[in-house]
Design a protein around this ligand. Structure first.
Ligand code: NDP
Ligand code: 3PY
Length: 308
């Protein structure tokens, strides 16, 4: 019942330490030292090795080391092996910090002040009260809900848009594609926390930007391919969008000279909004392994037909 870890190696050493402390009976191996592949029952990976089905004949569970699973080629994971995404509090907490920072930056015109500072301009801007800045979150899963919960403290009118119906106290919830225009029409700051699927690829496009209030702003912490780059740059140029905070791009990293690097109305971070925390992730993985052994439902199990 050996666990194999194949992701960031610095954090891998921490995973190994927490496994040794909390489950000394569970052998833990760090890629590429896999030992006998027949021992491997559980694989924890960001991108798994290509030929897992043949290499690991006794594999029982595959974990994504992150919350997203679009980096996995699910066709390479045999259908009988559950694919589990990371549901652990560290990812949510770091995402909450990042989105709060991004929303407050956009709300308080930080990009504008950064540009003024570069030009040594000292000019105030009228402050908009939070109660008049409407924040809309796309995707009301693990992360979208955690973010909304924290944003309540600032007094922004909050709304959320999701595939299935959700009820969240203090948040106006919209469900389904038909409600997207109404949701967008009242989102002054739009946060994308959707998974990347066939349905959501390219969702941040010209039609969507045109439905936002003029001068709205965007936080994309979902995935780079959610955004149609040419539509986005055109929306910034026309004033349909006033600014954006982007943590994810396509490709990653961005090539030298890409227009996002120096755009005065884009704040860019290197896919660093949130990070799996080894301490709490190890507890999650051990809990799922226990449940699997007991034949129980598995939290975080990916529905392969939906793609997340
Ligand atoms: N930038 C970063 O550092 C990070 C980015 N991420 C990104 O955040 C994403 C979300 O993570 P997490 O909250 O854990 O995921 P969850 O699966 O918990 O939540 C996803 C939510 O999106 C909704 N959704 C899915 N498809 C659609 C659709 N077509 N229309 C409307 N709503 C839809 C789901 O609806 P339903 O309730 O009906 O299933 C669900 O509520 C990840 O997939 C990843 O891409 C994650 C971690 C870090
Ligand atoms: O957890 C995820 O899906 C991530 O994107 C981590 O950066």
């Amino acid at each position: 019942m050996t666990v194999l870890y194949k992701a960031n190696m610095v954090r891998g050493a921490e995973w190994a330490r927490f496994f040794a402390e909390r489950a000394p009976d569970v052998p833990f191996r760090l890629w590429p030292d896999i030992g006998d592949p027949a021992d491997i029952r559980y694989l924890v990976a960001w991108v798994p090795p290509d030929d897992i089905a043949t290499t690991f004949p006794n594999l029982e569970l595959v974990f994504s080391v992150g919350a997203g699973v679009d980096q996995f080629d699910a066709t390479k994971v045999p259908a009988h092996i559950p694919l589990i995404r990371m549901l652990e509090p560290g990812i949510a907490e770091t995402m909450v910090e990042y989105v709060t920072m991004a929303v407050l930056d956009l709300h308080r015109d930080l990009l504008h002040f950064i540009n003024q500072q570069k030009q040594q301009v000292w000019r105030e801007i009228r402050i908009t009260p939070a109660k008049r800045r409407r924040v809309g979150v796309m995707g009301l899963g693990q992360l979208g809900q955690a973010v909304l919960e924290r944003l309540k403290a600032f007094g922004f009118p909050l709304s959320g848009w999701n595939r299935s119906v959700r009820k969240i106290e203090g948040v106006t919830c919209y469900a389904g594609a038909d409600t997207l225009p109404d949701f967008l029409a009242q989102s002054d700051i739009l946060v994308c926390l959707l998974p990347l699927t066939d349905e959501t690829r390219g969702i941040l496009n010209a039609d969507l930007f045109a439905r936002l209030p003029r001068g709205a702003s965007l936080v994309n912490v979902g995935r780079g391919p959610h955004l149609i780059e040419a539509d986005f740059l055109a929306a910034l140029d026309s004033g349909a969008l006033s600014g954006a905070v982007l943590d994810v791009t396509e490709p990653e990293p961005l090539p030298e000279g890409h227009p996002f690097w120096r755009h005065p109305r884009i704040l860019l971070t290197p896919h660093n909004a949130s990070m799996t925390t080894p301490d709490t992730a190890v507890d999650f993985v051990l809990d799922v392994i226990d449940r699997h052994r007991r034949g129980e439902e598995l939290p975080g199990r990916v529905d392969r037909s939906r793609g997340y």
